[in-house]
Structure formats: C-alpha cells, structure tokens
Design a protein around this ligand. Sequence first.
Ligand code: ATP
Length: 435
Amino acid sequence: MALQCVLLPSISSTSSSSSSSSSLSFNRFCVNQAKPMATMTTILSHLSKTQTPLSLLRITNTSTRRNFSLYSLPSVAQKPYHRNSTFQVRSVAVPAEAVAGFDEMVAGTQRKYYMLGGKGGVGKTSCAASLAVKFANNGHPTIVVSTDPAHSLSDSFAQDLTGGMLVPVEGPDSPLFALEINPEKAREEFRSASQNNGGTGVKDFMDSMGLGMLVEQLGELKLGELLDTPPPGLDEALAISKVMQFVEAEEYKMFTRIIFDTAPTGHTLRLLSLPDFLDASIGKIMKLKKKLSSATSAIKSVFGQEEKKDDASDKLEKLRERMAKVRDLFRNAESTEFVIVTIPTVMAISESSRLHSSLKKENVPVQRLIVNQILPPSSSDCKFCAMKRKDQMRALDMIQNDPELASLKVIQAPLVDVEIRGVPALTFLGNMVWK
Ligand SMILES: Nc1ncnc2c1ncn2[C@@H]1O[C@H](COP(=O)(O)OP(=O)(O)OP(=O)(O)O)[C@@H](O)[C@H]1O
C-alpha cells in the first residue's frame, strides 16, 4: 500500500483578559492513497480539532496523481475554523494572498465614497452590495446607490428599491440604506423644468422684436437643443449629483460610507468627460446669452417691457456647478476610490486595462481590481471546469503583465455555487472578497 506523508499546520490559541496569542505547529500526516476519501475525512477532522482554516490548504486530486499539499503559510491572525460552517469550506476557492486591504478601507470615521464600475454583467452590483453590507457590519452607517440604468440592486438585496427613496436594508449591524436612482427620470425632471421656463426664451423675444435673424446668425444658441438631446453621460451624472445633493444634507451626515454601483464602462468614461464638455458648451452659451440679454434689455427698456427672468440659464449654470462637483468628487483621492470589477477573461481584462488607462488620464484614484467569478481549484475534477479554470489562470497572468493593471491590488473573488441574493448571501460574499 502506497503511503505518502505530509506536514499539516495546526494553530493553537491562548488568550487572557489582556492579550491573545496564536502559535503554529505542524503535525505529520500519512495519506493512504488507496482510500483518498477516508484520508480527506481524517484531514478535515484534524483541521477542525486544531482550528486551522481550510483556506491554508490546497488539496488537489487528479485522476493520475493524488496529492495533498500545503498551499501557503498561514497568517496566525486568522479566525478559528468552525466545523459546521459551509462558508469555510467554500473559502477554499480563495487563495490566502487575495487580500483587499479592508482594514484600510474601514478605518476612520470621515466619509468615504466608493464607486464600483466595469463591463456589464461582471458582478459590479454584487460586489458593491457586499461591500455595503460589510461596512455596515463593521460599524459604518452606509448608503449604497445604483445609478446603472439596468438596475439589479433590488434583485441583489431581494428588496424593492425602485421608489426613488432610501430604503432601509434589514440585517446588518449598523444602518444600511439602499436606493436605485433612475437616471432617465432625473434628466426628464431637469428637462421639463427647463422647458417650462422657455429654453429658447431669448430667441422668442428677439423674434418678436424682428431680430430673430441675429440669433440665427449667431447660430450657437443651442440651449434648447442641449436639453432635448443631452450629451452621453448626462443621465448618470445627474443621478450622481442628485445623490450628492441629499447626502450632503444635515440629516444624512451620519453616513460615513457611500457606495455607487455605476453603469457599465462606456457610461462611466462619458460621465468623466462630461463636465469639461459642459464647461465648454454651457460656458459658450452663457457668454452669448449675456451679450444678447444686455442688447435685449436695452431694447426692452426702450419699449418699456419688463424683463423676464431667464430660468433656463440659471438651470444650466446650476447644472454646470453640479457637474463640476461630481468631477471633483471622482478626482478626490482623500475621499474617493474607484474600484474596477472584472472577470478572468481576456476580453474583460483588456477592457479593464483600457478603463484604468482612461481613469488615470482623468485623475480618478484607483487602487483595487476585483477579479470576480474565479473557479475554485476543486473544479479541476470536471473536465470542462478544468479547461475553463486553465483559461482563467491565463487571463489572471495577463494582469501581472499588463502595464495598466499590474500596479493595482488584485482581489480574487470566487465563483460561488449559490445565487448571491439577500443580506446573508451578500455577507458571505463580502467576507470572502473584502478581507
Ligand atoms: N462571484 C460570483 N459567484 C456567483 N455568481 C455571481 C458572482 N458574482 C456575480 N454573480 C451573479 O452574476 C449575475 C450578475 O451579477 P451583477 O448583477 O452583480 O453584475 P453587474 O456587473 O452589476 O451587472 P449589470 O452590468 O448588468 O448591472 C448575478 O446573477 C449575480 O448573482
């Protein structure tokens, strides 16, 4: 009978009222290769007795070679392994070095904003919602907002969040509120208010004075047009600025973590270039309007007409200010971080690389890259999964060699075998991802 012996770690903890310490020792284990299942059971029972986290081990089992090997040296600060916890068993999928630096994210009571973004469908919402739950479970009153027009935050929390109001989420230790904001509705509200005030008021007036030609010649008074066909990115920027407005109000001061589940990559990039676009176009319009209104007020005073307040201009000016605020928020490294979410495929990683390059150009602070839906090593039992995992590992290697991504903290998030829906599932995911 073939026997192969390995050393397995065990952690023993001692604690007193003032301190606690853990020590690491190794036990010699002989594996009966003819009875791998019995051996696994023995090892599991050893680990549960010695409180050693399963994530310390990679246990591979291929048809040609059965091999139980040490995965990495443990961190002695790990929490004890609980025998009946299925979460612990699944955490085998997460390599021990996949550390997000959550300690740093959770530290401090000053308000921080996290924006999670990436390609459609990679798991932005699940990661954003799990981060929100984790912050709330670690003492931060938290708000999580989706500005993605294709919302899935309601599905993620298994709660209706579509009412345009903050909804309390049941379960976490500290207050957690969630909201899906409808970007198109935000634009509609803005547009109808502007239209009621006559986006082309100056032109109408000039027409009535027989001076419409002048306006047409100037040809750049595209105020109404700007509101009718908004530039790409405006919807989401309006939604974010709306959220900013209310979270800055006194009654929301208590919330120390604000998380945005943003729209897919393209929208985010357009949103970032929007404030400059608006600065340029609104700036031009405002200049023209000023010139025109001084000309028209002279005419008005001659004809004794009362001057109408041009609310459309005010609206545009306010819009410009709000967009500048969103731009500043995105660029403030003290308070904000953009977390890129991706999956281990060549296409998604290439897109993440481009996204990071664009974010860098816009001076948006990025430190972390989540690679979501990584197949666990145990999936090598199935041929299809083994091929898929190999592919995923190749894609992960790409990150190390990508000039845009190599500098980021890479967080590996496993593909889990349950649907991530509701607070318990999000807590489970959050405990694996945000470490
Ligand atoms: N690590 C994971 N393991 C298993 N399922 C996952 C994981 N991450 C996400 N999912 C599932 O994948 C689906 C898409 O996830 P999610 O809605 O979070 O993605 P998204 O990037 O926000 O999508 P969209 O761009 O459409 O808003 C959901 O059904 C979610 O439960």
